[in-house]
Design a protein around this ligand. Structure first.
Ligand code: ZN
Length: 241
């Protein structure tokens, strides 16, 4: 929707049936204010040339540049708060470990789940995805994607999250990572939600984690279709290790 800037805010809110105390900003979602309308919140969602998610075409990947290899240091007991942020189930962490690349440390600030994977591999959508959002001291972002596939083995950290929404506790974010966390795809992309900020370093783990049918269904009871459609690659190179 286009904002009628000529109207005072209170009139706008009244017209939308909202009171000023309820809503201070226009909200985005995956329905009426879904991905096709996100440009109303941030132009880069529509005009950006390096948006996420992407479909990773494995035959077109190149070997990773040595300076893009990450050092994961997330095997820590972190203070956590599991919340429903209105778009996804999210775990906010304190001292959640870090990832180092090109001499810069990116600290884990939160991880959250999408009810189906946003990124695809050779056109395949996975059953769930976790995004581990990291931030450097200067505000640059790095996201690690961990794909989940239905299997016999329940995932312990997923279970903790499903059972613990609304609670505080201690969590080891490193347990979210697959055993072979030294194999991944890397590319430059964006946040997959408004404001769709670009220059985000993406790392998508190649090895998917197993989650049971019950766990996938439990996660989808919170959010089922909170995934953004695939965005054009626009000549971006995807690296692989
Ligand atoms: Zn995400």
């Amino acid at each position: 929707m286009k904002l009628p800037f000529s109207l005072p805010l209170s009139a706008m809110l009244l017209a939308a049936g909202l009171s000023a105390s309820e809503h201070h900003e226009v909200h985005w979602d995956y329905d009426a204010h879904g991905p096709a309308h996100w440009c109303d919140f941030s132009a880069v969602c529509k005009d950006g040339k390096a948006q996420s998610p992407i479909d990773i075409r494995t035959a077109e990947t190149v070997s990773i540049a040595p300076n893009h290899i990450i050092k994961l240091q997330e095997n820590v007991e972190a203070k956590s708060r599991i919340v429903d942020n209105g778009h996804a189930i999210q775990v906010d962490v304190e001292n959640g470990g870090k990832i180092s690349v090109e001499g810069i440390d990116y600290r884990l600030i939160q991880f959250h789940f999408h009810g189906r994977s946003e990124e695809k591999i050779d056109g395949k959508q996975y059953d769930l995805v976790a995004h581990m959002v990291h931030k450097s001291d200067s505000g640059n972002l790095l996201v690690v994607g961990v794909l989940f596939e239905e299997g016999d083995k329940a995932n312990a950290i997923l279970e903790t999250v499903i059972q613990g929404v609304g609670t505080n506790g201690v969590i080891n974010p490193g347990k979210l990572l697959p055993e072979h966390s030294d194999h991944y795809y890397h590319f430059m992309g964006s946040l997959t939600t408004p404001p769709c900020t670009e220059n985000v370093r993406w790392y998508v783990m190649k090895e998917a984690q197993s989650a049971t049918k019950e766990q996938i269904e439990a996660m989808r009871r919170f959010y089922d279709h909170n995934y953004r459609p695939i965005q054009p690659l626009n000549g971006r190179i995807v690296e692989s290790i």
